[in-house]
Write a protein that binds this ligand. Structure first.
Ligand code: T5A
Length: 211
């Protein structure tokens, strides 16, 4: 029996990593085989690409080059980790996936969305998540959270405020275009409230009965 593929999306510091950990704990407590992963990354090869994508100056790569590198990492991730896990019946929770390329390199970075769709089709065909939870938050609040955590900013966190505003709108547009797959959750709520909404969404979309 194929497992389930759930992705978490949103701007910087929206709370994806916090939520994914809580969801994994909940699912494991129900005896479910859970794989937690992230993009860019998730396999040794894709983690190498993550390193060159997230470090360096903001103009290190053009948005199109970024999109190609993201998809190179994504194909490795799907082929070597996600697809085999789904085939053995595991639930895969991924911190970001293809919608991030549409939002970051496409809507915010300027690559035409049609080109990104073609790239996706060429790289992965119709492969997509069963459910995508989009954490929506004011970008200033999200970035403030990551700064408060005390880590160095990644290349993307250093982009200008206009970039992050376009990004937020892009994720909302993605959800509107694909309401069967995507659900928007208010990321400014407490972590407990965000978690409750996410569990309800998983129950509603996948019939999981976690509540
Ligand atoms: N990227 C990625 C692309 O450009 N294109 C692509 O195709 C892909 C796949 C990844 C970067 O790559 C870009 C996007 C990104 O810029 P990353 O370091 O993984 O880089 O960055 P993020 O995915 O944005 O991860 P962050 O860790 O910055 O944000 P999260 O995971 O959304 O937030 P989280 O959970 O770590 O929380 C941040 C802080 O807020 C607190 C947490 O404790 C933490 O301190 N927090 C809350 N505080 C209050 N209320 C809540 N509800 C909270 N939830 C969490």
């Amino acid at each position: 029996m194929r497992g389930h593929f759930i992705t978490l999306e949103g701007g910087e510091g929206a709370g994806k990593t916090t939520l994914i950990q809580a969801l994994a704990e909940k699912l494991r407590a129900r005896g479910i085989d859970v794989v937690v992963t992230r993009e860019p990354g998730g396999t040794p090869g894709a983690e190498l690409l993550r390193e060159i994508l997230l470090t360096g100056s903001t103009d290190r790569w053009s948005s199109m080059t970024e999109a190609l590198l993201m998809y190179a990492a994504r194909v490795d991730h799907v082929e070597r980790l996600i697809a085999p896990a789904l085939q053995r019946g595991a639930w895969v929770l991924s911190d970001r996936f293809a919608d991030s390329t549409t939002a970051y390199q496409g809507a915010a970075g300027g690559v035409p969305i049609e080109r990104i769709k073609l790239l996706h089709q060429a790289a992965l065909g119709n492969f997509k998540p069963d459910l995508t939870l989009i954490l929506d938050i004011n970008p200033q609040v999200g970035i403030q959270r990551t700064i408060a955590r005390g880590e160095d900013a990644t290349r993307f966190e250093r982009f200008d405020p206009g970039f992050h505003g376009r990004l937020r709108q892009a994720f909302l547009d993605i959800a509107e275009d694909d309401p069967e797959r995507c659900l928007v959750i208010d990321g400014s709520e407490t972590a407990e409230t965000v978690f409750r909404h996410a569990v309800a969404a998983i129950d509603g979309h996948l019939g999981a009965r976690l509540l």
